[in-house]
Design a protein around this ligand. Structure first.
Ligand code: AMP
Ligand code: MG
Length: 336
């Protein structure tokens, strides 16, 4: 029997509908420029407060280290300011980048935090247009120069010296991987404190830990992009000890001459790809889900299906023509 206990909007991080009453949910905004929502069922108010404080504490701490716009010693902003030299790095920053570097080249080619200069060129034009300035594309020569530096550059992680060396002229952007990694670490911290059943949703990077009861799984809604159809949810998935992450073109974007340019950049062209409107990855680890959802967004569906097979994850693609494509295994999670 299907029971919809609690629907979370995957990509916006808001609790959409929540019955019955024993689900508790609370959100905070600020870390990673996104809403983070913690949900649990059947906890006492004091225990929920404790769970929430652990998650909020982890996100606040990790945001200061992983954001390129913060100047925390050993954080990414601090390391960027020292590009070309060995910079002291916080253990969590080394861990995040070691996690990325350990992945297959088919993934690290698509999602490359060394593209920070490229994403900064796009962000500057996007933000200026969204604030009412002229809607312009970045200068192509500047994009290609920054892209060439990023693609030829090597990220040097020295775990014993606890340093990171960036190639000169390169800066890091961990935006494609940091939220999922923070969800992973916050999940581990909550589990270490004895919490087994909860949901953390950081702007569409979701960990559904445990299940709300023995009979039911967590029910999580995958948001439909604008103009995708009449429904606000593309589907609902049943999750137990599973993470989902969505990358899409419908939240951070701007338009130039009627054409949409989103915040995810294909490394081969240095422009936003248009293979799908959104792609959601399902797998047990929130860090991997975040990394792979961005990677899949930059690949055509065939290459994406091959990557899913290679990495053992499932995925749901929402295409521009309104079709939904899934890996065979994803069907087992979809219940509406
Ligand atoms: P996500 O929302 O997880 O798909 O990540 C998107 C964010 O990652 C963007 O806002 C950029 O900051 C950054 N980004 C975009 N394209 C890439 C890329 N190809 N490799 C690494 N980071 C990227
Ligand atoms: Mg991502």
């Amino acid at each position: 029997m299907k029971k919809v206990m609690c629907v979370l909007l995957a990509a916006v991080g808001l609790l959409a509908a929540c019955a019955p009453a024993q689900n508790t949910s609370r959100s905070f905004f600020g870390s990673f420029d996104t809403m983070v929502t913690v949900t649990a069922r059947g906890l006492s108010p004091a225990d929920f407060d404790r769970l929430y404080a652990i998650v909020e504490g982890e996100f606040t701490r990790l945001h200061r280290l992983y954001s390129a716009f913060e100047n925390t010693p050993g954080g990414i902003g601090d390391i960027n300011a020292q590009a070309g030299a060995a910079a002291n790095a916080a253990p969590e920053v080394l861990e995040l980048l070691a996690f990325w570097q350990a992945q297959d080249a088919s993934i690290t080619r698509q999602v490359n935090p060394l593209l920070g200069e490229v994403t900064a060129l796009w962000r500057a034009k996007r933000e200026s247009a969204l604030q009412g300035g002229p809607a312009k594309l970045p200068d192509d020569a500047a994009l290609q120069a920054a892209g060439a530096l990023a693609k030829s550059g090597v990220l040097m992680l020295d775990e014993s010296a606890q340093t990171i060396t960036l190639p000169p002229g390169v800066r890091l952007d961990a935006g494609a991987i940091a939220k999922g990694y923070a969800v992973r670490l916050a999940t581990q911290a909550a589990q270490a404190a004895g919490f087994n059943s909860f949901i953390i949703n950081a702007g569409g990077n979701i960990m559904a830990a445990g299940a709300p009861s023995e009979q039911t799984a967590w029910q999580v809604g995958i948001e439909a992009p604008d103009n995708f159809g009449a429904e606000s949810l593309a589907c609902i998935v049943s999750l137990e000890n599973m993470a989902v992450a969505t990358s899409g073109d419908y939240q951070r974007y701007y338009q130039v001459d009627g054409v949409r340019y989103c915040h995810i950049i294909a490394p081969d062209t240095l422009y936003p790809p248009r293979y799908c409107r959104a792609v959601t990855v399902l797998c047990p680890d929130a860090a991997l889900a975040d990394l792979l959802s961005t990677a899949l967004f930059t690949l055509d569906i065939e290459a994406g299906q091959a990557l899913c097979l290679q990495t053992g994850v499932d995925a749901i693609w929402l295409l521009a023509d309104g079709r939904t494509v899934t890996t065979p295994g994803a069907l087992a999670f979809i219940n509406e």
